[in-house]
Design a protein around this ligand. Structure first.
Ligand code: HEM
Length: 206
């Protein structure tokens, strides 16, 4: 009997200590939207919570119209001033001669590419509007499309077909400075670099 008591006692001694299973602490409720990265859009008019993430509106560009093709065009024709259309019209434009200095006109007459002319050509609204003709893709002989970006006039005639966001979105802004719309879509892109050789001159309110 004593023997059995002793056995029971030793079994008790080797029993595992009872472990109290703790409940995991309850997690704070986190809304998924708080974990999603902020939208890369700079458009302050559209709240991040309603804007679908990474919605792209890129269009399918025609073959030969990639960004590399554009760089090639700039390097081969842009540097010679050949990406600016409609310059010959300026030679018959009285307003153009009225608002520009002799130094500028001399360089223009010597066919210096507009992006290299100092001081730059002055272009007012009247002249700009005469160079906003877009009859369709491929109509390079007829199209002549200039626009105002942040106070500078650029010729987009050749660039439009290379624009990954499409042509209509730019044409819609015909009468405006397109810089705010540009910044809403892609503030990080340097249009000054992309369109460097397409610069016509400075926009002036005269
Ligand atoms: C004329 C100057 C402009 C230049 C040089 C330009 C350049 C570009 C470039 C390089 C892209 C490709 C971006 C990428 O791959 O991430 C792009 C896309 C786009 N652009 Fe422009 N852009 C111009 C004007 C505009 C304007 C005025 C608008 C709107 C009114 C616009 C709307 C868009 C859209 C919707 C896309 C495609 C979607 C996206 O990338 O989110 N662009 N543009």
């Amino acid at each position: 009997m004593d023997n059995q008591n002793e056995n029971n006692h030793s079994i008790e001694r080797f029993k595992k200590p009872s472990i109290r299973i703790m409940e995991p602490p309850s997690r704070p409720h986190i809304q998924l939207s708080a974990l999603t990265p902020p939208s890369r859009s700079y458009n302050n008019n559209i709240s991040n919570s309603t804007r679908p993430l990474e919605k792209r509106n890129k269009v399918k560009l025609k073959p030969g119209h990639s960004s590399l093709d554009w760089n090639y065009l700039v390097a081969t024709r842009g540097i010679k001033g050949e990406l600016v259309t409609g310059l010959d019209d300026l030679r018959q434009d009285a307003t153009f001669f009225e608002i520009n200095s002799k130094t500028t006109i001399d360089q223009f007459n010597h066919r210096i590419p507009p992006y290299q002319i100092r001081p730059p050509l002055k272009i007012n609204r009247q002249i700009l509007q005469r160079h906003q003709i877009w009859l369709g893709e491929g109509e390079v002989q007829v199209n002549d499309y200039w626009c105002n970006i942040g106070g500078k006039v650029y010729c987009l005639t050749k660039y439009l077909e290379f624009h990954p966001g499409g042509i209509p979105i730019i044409l819609e802004l015909k009468d405006q400075d397109i810089l705010p719309a540009f910044n809403n879509h892609h503030r990080w892109i340097s249009y000054e670099k992309l369109l460097q050789t397409c610069l016509v001159g400075t926009f002036v309110n005269v």
